[in-house]
Unconditional design. Structure first.
Lengths: 380, 288
């Protein structure tokens, strides 16, 4: 991380720790979260998939209930509120998957903050509806033409942030980047894990045998409530892309090596010379070459298992979800569904598996070539 | 380190600043890159800051980002950069060389092994744009110190003295003053701002102070030379490679001549600038 961010990050950490001790911050956070999504979100038995697979009972944690996508809303609302509390007038983000940025644009407007979003030119062309919706919330959207530099949107957002750090706060969608961002994102997403635990115990269920989630903030928030229960298998699912050859997948937890990227020491997809490798996945939100540092740490300790699911397996899982559950979850979620389904088959019926359902596949489908098998079959 | 310390000593004795030129090693190609380094040395540059390429140069502006990309496409790497330094050293022994880049390639190379190899190749100091000096304390600084190298601390206007005024084995060379927040290749910085930030640096360090970012022509180089010990020119030099590639990569000689002429102009401007001149120009923007 650039030295000039040191004071910015120190201030953020102090303000965050102070906010967590202030009950009025939590009251306001709950009020804002309640406006976009009713909590607790449901924990439902996925009857169709469970019957079809004939194994463990699958439970869905329905994080797909709010109109702006769901995935990132907890983290975005919390960070926006924190930014306003710290006296910032402006927030900036990069739009890896777009959904974070939309949630941020919406929240920034309602909190009276200016919002600037950096997106690759290709993404702005692919996701025109998303861009229009961000404009409707008065956000400024910059199309970044890095001409192929990796992670150009993130680089551009960081440069803007470094140059304007006196007035502008960066909002992270995922638990990556320098401390305290991974911690903040985890804490704001931890509500998901706490709810699942309470919901299971309330209805007299035991703890689940496994929690299966695509890597990212939701997984971290969900796992964090169960990390001290050794009987619960925590399974992070990564994007296997088109093959496991370098540059063809997005599986830094499983296939990365220790490295330093964007201010975090974590497991990174890199070549022998330490150059960061390109990532590929049908789920754009999985396409980051570094693992969440805390997930990497849990894996190193042997507390976390990882599964790698290939693009075509995720797309098959989408079809199953459409058929059996009438759901169209994000392709990120479909990675977890594919892994969860394989696992459910192997376990007896009295076992219980929890899978979070996040977002919708609409964004993943925007601009896909008509020949794409997923598109053809989904729209049929 | 010794070459760098000796340079600032000599320059101080003559009351003139040192001109430091930044090049991304391997841009636009390995042989062109080496030829440019020789041309820069011949044109009178005082020290070289050599960027080793990285796939994600987050802190650099678009010009240097593109340079990294061109270099990587032409096969450049940290190991290749060290080989290049070795080849350069076989003909030029006294010009200080500072390596500049991002930490992950060094981490992948292994900090110990890197420090040994860099010293053996003839490197004098290292700048790491994304590694605060305190985070280098555990492994990299002792390795650099053991091999007679120094890590150059970075100063930015929002930092506290403990962040940049570090005196520890393995830290040294000069203090790299970045007078504004933001990526490299930005607009010119008002000279009064630079003067204020250099003064702040001097309050907290005994190292020479070098100023980079936003110095794009002989006039701004001269203005900075009146207040700082080192004048670092980066993006404006890298622009030469870009123009050469855009023009269809004509002869290597043409590229070297372009760079050479520009450096001669910068050298002349820096050489003529005397610290005393600063009184007259304080408070005015550089004539750009």
């Amino acid at each position: 991380m650039p030295p000039s961010l040191l004071p910015v990050l120190r201030r953020l950490e102090a303000a965050y720790l102070e906010a967590t001790r202030d009950s009025s911050f939590d009251v306001e956070l709950q009020r804002l979260l309640g406006r976009s999504v009713e909590r607790p979100t449901p924990l439902e038995v996925a009857g169709g998939m469970t019957r079809r697979l004939g194994g463990a009972t699958i439970h869905f944690k329905r994080e797909d209930q709010d109109p702006s996508g769901g995935t990132f809303i907890n983290a975005v609302v919390g960070q926006s509120l924190l930014a306003r509390r710290m006296g910032y007038r402006h927030v900036v983000a990069d739009a890896g998957s777009g959904d974070t940025a939309l949630a941020l644009a919406e929240m920034a407007q309602s909190l009276g903050l200016r919002c600037t979003v950096f997106m690759t030119q290709a993404e702005t062309r692919r996701r025109t509806t998303l861009v229009s919706r961000m404009h409707a919330y008065q956000a400024t959207v910059h199309a970044v033409d890095g001409g192929g530099t990796l992670h150009e949107a993130m680089s551009a957002a960081w440069q803007y942030w470094v140059a304007n750090s006196e007035t502008t706060s960066y909002v992270a969608g995922a638990p990556i980047g320098p401390h305290p961002y991974p911690l903040i994102v985890r804490d704001f997403q931890a509500v998901i894990g706490r709810e699942v635990r309470a919901q299971l115990l309330e209805r007299g269920d035991r703890l689940p045998q496994a929690i299966v989630a695509a890597t990212g903030g939701v997984a971290l928030g969900l796992f964090s409530a169960f990390v001290d229960d050794p009987s619960v298998r925590l399974i992070a699912v990564e994007g296997g892309g088109t093959s496991l050859m370098p540059g063809h997948h997005a599986a830094p937890l499983t296939l990365g090596r220790p490295g330093v990227l964007h201010g975090a020491k974590t497991s990174v997809l890199q070549d022998e010379g330490g150059q960061i490798l390109p990532t590929r996945s049908v789920a754009s939100s999985l396409m980051y070459p570094g693992a969440a540092p805390e997930l990497a740490w849990w894996r190193q300790r042997g507390r976390l298992e990882t599964w790698v699911v290939r693009d075509h397996q995720a797309i098959e899982a989408l079809h199953v979800a459409c058929e059996e559950e009438n759901l169209r979850p994000s392709l990120e979620t479909c990675h977890a569904l594919a892994a969860g389904a394989q696992m459910a088959r192997l376990l007896p019926a009295d076992c219980l598996i929890v899978i979070p359902i996040v977002g919708s596949c609409d964004g993943d489908m925007d601009g896909q070539r008509p020949s794409h098998p997923a598109r053809r079959q989904v729209t049929a | 380190m010794n070459r760098l310390a000796a340079l600032f000593e000599r320059r101080r004795a003559k009351q003139r600043a040192a001109l430091i030129g930044y090049f991304t090693v391997g841009d636009p190609g390995p042989e062109e890159s080496l030829a440019i380094l020789f041309a820069a040395a011949a044109a009178g540059i005082d020290a070289l800051e050599l960027g080793f390429p990285f796939s994600d140069p987050v802190l650099d502006g678009t010009a240097i980002q593109r340079a990294h990309r061109r270099a990587l496409a032409a096969g450049a790497s940290l190991a290749g950069t060290l080989t290049m330094v070795e080849r350069f050293r076989s003909r030029v022994s006294d010009l200080p060389i500072v390596l500049m880049g991002y930490y992950n390639p060094v981490f992948a190379y292994g900090p110990q092994r890197f420090a040994r190899a860099a010293a053996a190749a003839g490197v004098d100091a290292v700048i790491l744009a994304d590694l605060p000096i305190h985070e280098a304390a555990e492994e990299l600084l002792p390795a650099l110190a053991d091999n007679g190298l120094g890590m150059i601390p970075l100063y930015a206007p929002n930092l506290e003295p403990p962040d940049y005024a570090v005196s520890a084995p393995g830290v040294g060379g000069f203090l790299y003053c970045i007078p504004v927040l933001g990526p490299s290749g930005g607009p010119p910085v008002p000279i009064a701002t630079i003067a204020r930030e250099v003064a702040r640096c001097r309050m907290h360090t005994r190292l020479p102070v070098g100023v980079g970012f936003g110095i794009r022509n002989p006039e701004s180089a001269a203005a900075v030379a009146r207040i700082a010990d080192g004048v670092i020119v980066g993006s404006a030099l890298v622009d030469h490679m870009e123009r050469w590639v855009a023009a269809g990569a004509r002869s290597r000689t043409a590229l070297c001549e372009g760079v050479s002429t520009f450096i001669s102009q910068l050298c002349a401007a820096v050489g003529e600038a005397r610290p005393a001149d600063f009184e007259a120009s304080a408070g005015h923007a550089p004539r750009t």
